[in-house]
Design a binder for this molecule. Structure first.
Ligand SMILES: [Mn+2]
Length: 191
């Protein structure tokens, strides 16, 4: 089992993450932001990860940002040396009116490219401009390429939820192990 634990404590926030990449989709996500709990539970369910995440802090902006920093670190640690993984993974996920593409390369290089616009300023109790910021923090701290593109959609809740479903599926595909790959999937020999 590829597991990790990350604790992050600053003057602004306190975050605890436990991640199992080879889990069964069990999520226990407890932040002070209900919509963030919903998004991360969806991510874990559709990526088939076990995720325990607790986050407390001063402002919602800091809580959401630091939760994603810690989750990115947890992904990077749980992947270990990346022997035998597929490395690349993508998913195009519909949710009613919304259609979202997510593509991941677990390359060891941080490169987020996020295209997600929302009609409203708020996604329930989370500011909609946080979605792009959170995904940037995740890919940067997880050291992977992450392209996210909202292709279609009218409903902001659906668009945001489809982003996190697509992220879970794409990441699970990239992290999955192939019986035919016995080495690190790079002609350099390291990632
Ligand atoms: Mn929902």
């Amino acid at each position: 089992m590829r597991v990790s634990k990350v604790r992050r404590k600053t003057k602004e926030t306190k975050i605890e993450v436990e991640l199992n990449l080879d889990g069964s989709g069990k999520a226990n996500v407890n932040t002070e932001i209900k919509f963030l709990n919903h998004l991360l539970a969806s991510f874990a369910k559709h990526g088939c990860f076990d995720l325990k995440l607790r986050a407390r802090g001063d402002f919602k902006h800091h809580i959401a940002e630091d939760a994603m920093i810690a989750l990115g670190e947890a992904i990077e640690r749980a992947l270990g040396k990346k022997v035998g993984i597929e490395r690349m993974g993508d998913a195009t996920v519909p949710m009613d009116d919304a259609l979202v593409l997510a593509a991941v390369d677990l390359s060891g290089r941080a490169f987020p490219d996020i295209e997600a616009k929302f009609a409203k300023r708020k996604l329930d109790d989370l500011n909609s401009d946080m979605i792009e910021h959170m995904l940037q923090a995740l890919a940067t701290n997880g050291k992977f390429n992450l392209h996210v593109k909202v292709l279609r959609g009218k409903n902001d809740h659906h668009k945001a939820e489809a982003i996190f479903k697509a992220l879970g599926v794409a990441l699970a595909r990239a992290a999955s192990r192939s019986p035919r790959r016995r080495e690190v999937p790079s002609i350099k020999g390291v990632i």
